[in-house]
Design a protein around this ligand. Sequence first.
Ligand SMILES: NC(=O)c1ccc[n+]([C@@H]2O[C@H](COP(=O)([O-])OP(=O)(O)OC[C@H]3O[C@@H](n4cnc5c(N)ncnc54)[C@H](O)[C@@H]3O)[C@@H](O)[C@H]2O)c1
Length: 378
Amino acid sequence: MSKKPLNIGMIGYGFMGRAHSNAYCKVGNFFDLEYEPILKAVCARNEEKARDFANNWGYESVETDWRALLARDDIDAVDICTPNNLHREIALAAAEAGKMILCEKPLSMNVEEGEEMCQAVESAGVPNMVWYNYRRVPAVTLAKQLLDEGRLGKIFHYRAAFLQDWTISAELPQGGEALWRLDVDAAGSGVTGDLLAHCIDTALWLNGSIQDVSAMTETFIKERVHSLTGEVQKVGIDDACAFMCRFQNGSLGTFESTRYARGHKALYTFEINGENASIAWDLHDLHRLSYFDHSDDSVVRGWRSVHVTDGDMPYMDKWWVPGLQIGYEHSFVHQVADFIQGISDGKPANPTFRDALETQKVCDAVLKSAADRQWENV
Ligand SMILES: NC(=O)c1ccc[n+]([C@@H]2O[C@H](COP(=O)([O-])OP(=O)(O)OC[C@H]3O[C@@H](n4cnc5c(N)ncnc54)[C@H](O)[C@@H]3O)[C@@H](O)[C@H]2O)c1
């Protein structure tokens, strides 16, 4: 069956630009979908670099101004892979132009912006999704399945951490390519919006809404040279953040994130403790799900490490044979597949902008709680 084209216009060609381009290239080979993504155009300010990127990934054309990309009739879906401070402006214009929108996380710099973005896509009636890709790691999707089946029973605890160590040097500048994450004007916040947003999205998906939070943040290095101005400037982001919370289902949550955990590059972990069973997951071993079932015979009871590679496990019937694992990049392929299937079914793939706004609300409450040194309702 010949597939219908879905013309993609991607804005930004950094880390996520590569991860998404790879997903668009692969998805049609592994998933049977009505639409085939066509790499129509990539947009970035540096034309030469954009052209190199386009040649490498097979984009048909290049734009240097995202407004020109949005004005094109041959673009169906816009993929926003730029720093956070551009998400709102591009998304509002894309919705007005009637484009489908795939936006990188976090949805926005704050709740106000996010609300505006939700209203724009909803009144334009355009399919929209935010790239919280960890939902599509098969072991994480399996965790969701086990929770939805009620296997864990009543949930008591949710604990998550996202640890890195790449900003410990005081010599590291802020601002500019890749280092925009240290510049509060481009990022909105530090580890809260960058790393904890992932932990919060997964938690809301797996364990339901968060009622209230109590947080602390720290900025260990107070001033850094700005790459774009050359001036020493105050650092406005949170370098580390820890918070506790209460979920609507009565369970307690603890979350921690930092870029100062020497020895950890991208250690995202979560553990959920229920009355009957517990689940744990670790990004460094992303194809495994740890599971403890209290109903096991006591002489063999213990944590088991489930190798999530069998055909009856989420997404795995699309890949190799049982026992052969997949990796980080596949979570993006799965997300594109679900987005396209959502277009065919008329049912939006999650998380939509509206779903991602819930994460934004928790992030804002966490930052406010830390600033005010008191509990904050979400
Ligand atoms: N889902 C995930 O796991 C994940 C991982 C990393 C980053 N992200 C998110 O993806 C987004 C991009 O992050 P990244 O790591 O790819 O950053 P990056 O620095 O690697 O790439 C950003 C890109 O945006 C481009 N850009 C900046 N201003 C632009 C403009 N005015 N017009 C066109 N292009 C412009 C830059 O040239 C660069 O190509 C951020 O919102 C980030 O939070 C998500």
